[in-house]
Design a protein around this ligand. Structure first.
Ligand SMILES: *[C@@H]1O[C@H](CO)[C@@H](O)[C@H](O)[C@H]1NC(C)=O
Ligand SMILES: *[C@@H]1O[C@H](CO)[C@@H](O)[C@H](O)[C@H]1NC(C)=O
Length: 511
């Protein structure tokens, strides 16, 4: 995915607007009681607070597939009859959805979408939406402080529900967005026993980036904590989403900074077509993408996205992290493999602009031979991939550096599954309209091209189609590479040979 400078700066502007927006409360009066809340205030000296339901302000709305938008039935802590009245299914999983900060004081449009998607995937489950809207529509810092009180409410609710009907802890899954992710973390910290899972969807950054793990979502808050980071642009104290990892698995789609399809142009178009009430989409598009990625994982099971562990965004963009060995790759979202590493691991992935978000990741490695020493930066390339199920032509890629006798590795993605690759074309575009004939002397020789697929883990070597080398010249024809039949077959023969050897020795042992 390429961003031109205009887009990047408008994206920055959006983040900046949002930051100014949320921090506008910093200077103004803040509810002093909210500001000074500490965890020890909440937990206190005894455990009696757990049974005191009088101070619970949050509401627990049992939503249904038929009416995912409406609060038709509340489960009320301390009132066992409400569990029955809402037709709570005591045998199945329970999802508890927790919203974040809100400007309007109303549920945002993603709430019913997530409810519907959860029911689509788990039709017999219970989906409960926590309503803390009144506390969530304060100045941002006040609402941020309230996460502790709301977390306490949720913990009380969960403890009570569990005790009342002897509900299994391993069936509880909390899902929190933005400030709601930290609410889920506090709740998980305060429950008598660990809940099975917490999913954090772009946990809020401001006031949490440098906070201790007791005040934020952390791996200690549930048996398994998975986090999607989708809007972590700018310096840490300015970032809308928290930048540091806070779960067992932290996934940073598209680097985690900013999401494709969320540039000013796209969102303005959406506002123009759907009206001003969607104005908030401009500032929240990337932030909210975390939720839509999770929804995608619930409803598009046949388009399961993969993420890969990597030490940095740059290494990932060079295609260096597409390994699945030792749990280095994982499924994104609902069906994630619950790998609990000691250190939280950062994982990366690319996505499309819209649902289904899945793309196919490839590492391309190529060595550029040449007689004369040539050196370029930011060269526009177009790569075409041809597979057994289809093709993807002219995928643009700006090659940061291009030097004689050096190897380049980069990440390439396709939005469609083209199957096992058969042929690759590499085209070096002219970066200017004025063409000089002697520029054709800018030619590299390429013998082989290596492509590794993240999704299938296959590694394929492609050889120059016509002769020993293919020639890549600026503004010239595409260099063509085909699957290296010799290399493939010789490897196959080796394997066959090994199998035979193994087979015969096995026989010998048996005799
Ligand atoms: C803890 O107990 C002491 C003495 O009973 C009391 O003064 C104090 O307020 C309590 N602290 C909290 C946080 O409830
Ligand atoms: C690049 O390497 C080849 C052989 O490996 C050599 O013949 C050629 O001179 C090298 N080019 C430069 C510019 O050093």
């Amino acid at each position: 995915m390429m961003f031109n400078k205009g887009r990047v700066s408008s994206a920055f502007l959006i983040s900046w607007m949002y930051f100014v927006y949320i921090s506008s409360g910093l200077e103004t009066t803040i509810d002093p009681t909210a500001e000074s809340i500490t965890l020890s205030d909440i937990i206190g000296n005894a455990t009696e607070w757990m049974m005191d339901f009088t101070d619970i302000e949050s509401k627990f709305s049992f939503r249904t597939l038929e009416e995912p938008e409406d609060d038709l039935c509340y489960i009320v802590p301390g009132q066992p009859q409400s569990i029955k009245d809402c037709n709570f299914n005591t045998e199945t999983k329970t999802f508890i959805v927790i919203h974040g900060w809100t400007v309007t004081g109303m549920f945002e449009s993603w709430v019913p979408k997530l409810v519907t998607a959860l029911y689509e995937r788990e039709p017999s489950a219970n989906v409960i939406v926590v309503d803390w809207l009144s506390r969530a529509q304060q100045h941002y810092p006040t609402s941020a402080s309230y996460t502790k009180l709301v977390g306490k409410d949720v913990a009380k609710f969960v403890n009570w529900l569990q005790a009342e009907i002897d509900y299994p802890w391993e069936k509880l899954h909390l899902l929190g967005y933005s400030l709601g992710a930290h609410v889920a973390g506090i709740a998980g910290l305060l429950t008598k026993h660990k809940v099975n899972r917490i999913t954090g969807m772009d946990p809020a950054g401001p006031t949490f980036e440098y906070a201790d793990s007791l005040s934020t979502l952390s791996p200690d808050d549930a048996n398994f904590v998975d986090v999607l980071h989708t809007n972590t642009r700018g310096s840490p104290d300015r970032s809308i989403g928290i930048q540091r990892p806070v779960g067992h698995i932290d996934i940073y789609p598209n680097g985690g900074t900013f999401q494709p399809g969320c540039d000013l142009q796209n969102t303005m178009l959406m506002v123009a077509t759907t009206g001003l009430r969607n104005m908030d989409q401009i500032v929240k598009c990337s932030h909210e993408r975390s939720i839509h990625l999770f929804i995608d994982s619930l409803v598009n099971q046949d388009h399961e996205s993969m993420a890969f562990r990597c030490s940095s965004r740059d290494s990932f963009n060079k295609g260096m992290c597409l390994s699945c060995r030792k749990n280095r790759c994982n499924k994104v979202g609902y069906a994630v493999n619950k790998i609990r590493t000691r250190r939280s691991s950062k994982m990366y992935m690319k996505t499309r602009e819209m649902m289904p978000y899945k793309v196919f990741h490839y590492q391309v490695k190529v060595h550029f031979f040449g007689k004369t020493q040539l050196s370029y930066t930011d060269q526009p390339m177009k790569i075409s991939l041809y597979g057994i199920h289809g093709e993807k032509e002219n995928i643009p890629y700006i090659m940061p550096t291009l030097n004689t006798n050096s190897t380049v590795s980069f990440l390439l993605t396709t939005d469609a599954d083209i199957g096992e690759l058969l042929m690759v074309k590499l085209l070096w575009e002219k970066d200017t309209l004025i063409s000089w004939p002697w520029w054709n002397s800018d030619t590299f020789h390429i013998r082989k091209l290596r492509i590794k697929s993240g999704e299938t883990q296959s590694k394929i070597i492609f050889s120059a189609k016509e002769s020993e080398f293919s020639y890549l010249s600026r503004g010239g024809e595409a260099a063509v590479f085909v699957k290296d039949k010799e290399a493939q077959s010789s490897r196959k023969n080796q394997r066959l040979h090994k199998m035979k050897m193994h087979g015969s020795s096995f026989k010998q042992n048996n005799e």
